[in-house]
Design a binder for this molecule. Structure first.
Ligand code: NAD
Length: 466
């Protein structure tokens, strides 16, 4: 918050007003891109797509620039809305995530052409739009995903209809309205991004079956990814993860401890790429744990606290208690009767890999450490803990052969070496950010080009000027 001029109370008041104006069944009148009926949302997005498709790339880029600018202008409001509505994450980190999304999500420069020329003429392979994309977005990064998807999809010449998580619908509606305002201000059409007032499984099913939706993009847990992959349509599935961070004896253990806690606690562990558990070689395990506790705000949970946490954060049916997802360590501890100071950032403990707080993707700053005797056992353990999601894994080691072995064995879309997990999103690491990491269907970190289809355009016998 210190980076901005608006004071916290002022932002809070604005957010309360915006939220009050967006009551659940209520008044979305005047909000751009918001419809009562999913079919109407798709029809409006289709009309807008016809206009977007006719635009020059420069015109598309103008719309994208306006989305970037408006996101930066509204960053505090959106970040506050997301936290207020979902009860998850923290405002400071959400501000950083939105700024990163606004500034670094690739635009039309990602839409490139392959060309071959020779005696038989000139052939181009161009990236064309699919049309109207149906996107399903998570509660954990609601507006980040909507902004990031919209920039990429519009850059590719598409428009998009969102079926957001119902727990984040107000934040999503606000964001979609802002995106359409940006388009209108830049001379583009209304309804380049659309949604419904009340997203449900039914509206999602209408979207998945609709003949005007050729591509589905799902960002969320295993249920939604399986649903879009069973739709009979082309689908991009950005699913769950449970990223392990392995630390071996060649690592800078002190730095590894700092990186891991920074990554694990970012936005209260909501990012799917964040460190969810640690696998540590026996010879450095105590040292690592010591750095967690003495230098990085780690709270060492004993068996009794661990047992209470299991009962609190996981329901008897094995699901996550939504009231605990994305909460900070202090809040989680206070839920089990432990009061700690503001310096506590993460709950740490040592346990077997099967421990429910280790094997489950919690999305909370609870970091179990599994002790292993050898590097080989560490790799096996990490592979087991990642559950075949092939999403993200991290390693702290100075031995390149080991890093290579680990990377091959984990086979994940993201692998961060010697840094916090968020380096994979371009925070202190090279490369562009995304909030849709297509782990299951293999596109990896999605960007504008992911949302296009390849079209070959052939001119015979001419236009080769070599
Ligand atoms: P969630 O799976 O509960 O919901 C995600 C979205 O899917 C929501 O819009 C929800 O309404 C919808 N949905 C859920 N089941 C559905 C079904 N059967 N049919 C149609 N729609 C369905 O997930 P969440 O709590 O919102 O987000 C957290 C999960 O998403 C975690 O598992 C996290 O790892 C994953 N995630 C992955 C990425 C990625 O890029 N790979 C990014 C963010 C979150």
């Amino acid at each position: 918050m210190s980076e901005t001029n608006l004071d916290e109370r002022f932002v809070h008041e604005i957010v309360q007003k915006v939220m009050a104006n967006l009551q659940i069944d209520g008044n979305t009148e005047g909000m751009h891109g918001v419809f009562a009926d999913m079919n109407d949302a798709i029809a409006a997005a289709e009309k807008a797509q016809k206009q977007v498709h006719k635009m020059t790339l420069d015109q598309r880029e103008k719309i994208i620039s306006a989305i970037r600018r408006k996101t930066n202008e509204n960053v505090e409001i959106i970040a506050n809305m997301g936290v207020n509505e979902t009860g998850m994450g923290n405002v400071g980190d959400k501000i950083l995530k939105h700024k990163l999304t606004a500034d670094k999500t690739p635009g039309t420069e990602d839409i490139t052409t392959v060309a071959w020329s020779g005696d038989r003429g000139l052939t181009l392979v161009e990236m064309g739009p699919f049309g109207v994309i149906g996107a399903i977005t998570p509660a954990t990064n609601p507006s980040e995903t909507v902004i990031c998807n919209s920039i990429g999809m519009i850059a590719g010449g598409n428009t998009v209809v969102f079926n957001p998580h119902p727990n984040a619908k107000k934040t999503t509606i606000f964001t979609i309205n802002m995106i359409n305002e940006a388009s209108l201000e830049a001379g583009g059409p209304d309804n380049i991004a659309c949604t419904v007032e009340n997203p449900t499984m039914e509206t999602s099913a209408i979207m998945m079956k609709h003949p005007k939706i050729p591509l589905l993009v799902a960002t969320g847990g295993p249920g939604v990814v399986t649903a879009v992959l069973s739709s009979g349509k082309r689908a991009i599935g950005a699913g769950a993860g449970n990223p392990p961070a392995l630390v071996d004896e060649t690592a800078d253990v002190r730095k590894a401890a700092r990186d891991i806690i920074n990554g694990c606690t970012f936005d209260n562990n909501l990012p799917c790429i964040a460190e969810k558990e640690v696998v540590a070689l026996d010879s450095i395990c105590d040292e690592l744990m010591n750095y967690f506790i003495t230098e990085n705000g780690g709270y060492l949970a004993d068996k009794e606290v661990q047992d209470k946490l299991i009962k609190t954060v996981i329901t008897p049916k094995g699901a996550l208690n939504r009231k605990c997802v994305g909460r900070d360590a202090r809040t989680l501890l206070s839920m089990v009767g432990v009061e700690v100071g503001a310096d506590i950032r993460c709950i740490v403990f040592e346990g077997e890999k099967e421990h429910p707080l280790i094997a489950t993707e919690l999305m909370m700053p609870i970091l179990g450490v599994v002790r292993v005797k050898t590097f080989e056992e560490g790799v096996e353990t990490a592979v087991w803990l990642e559950h075949g999601n092939r999403h993200s894994a991290h390693i702290h080691s100075k031995n390149v052969d080991r890093i290579t072995e680990y990377a091959r064995a984990l086979d994940t879309a993201i692998l961060v070496k010697n840094g916090p997990s968020y380096a994979a999103l371009g925070f202190g690491g090279e490369g562009y950010p995304t909030f849709t990491i297509a782990s299951r269907t293999g596109e990896g970190l999605t960007s504008a080009s992911t949302f296009t289809k390849r079209r070959r355009c052939v001119m015979t016998d001419s236009l080769c000027i070599r």
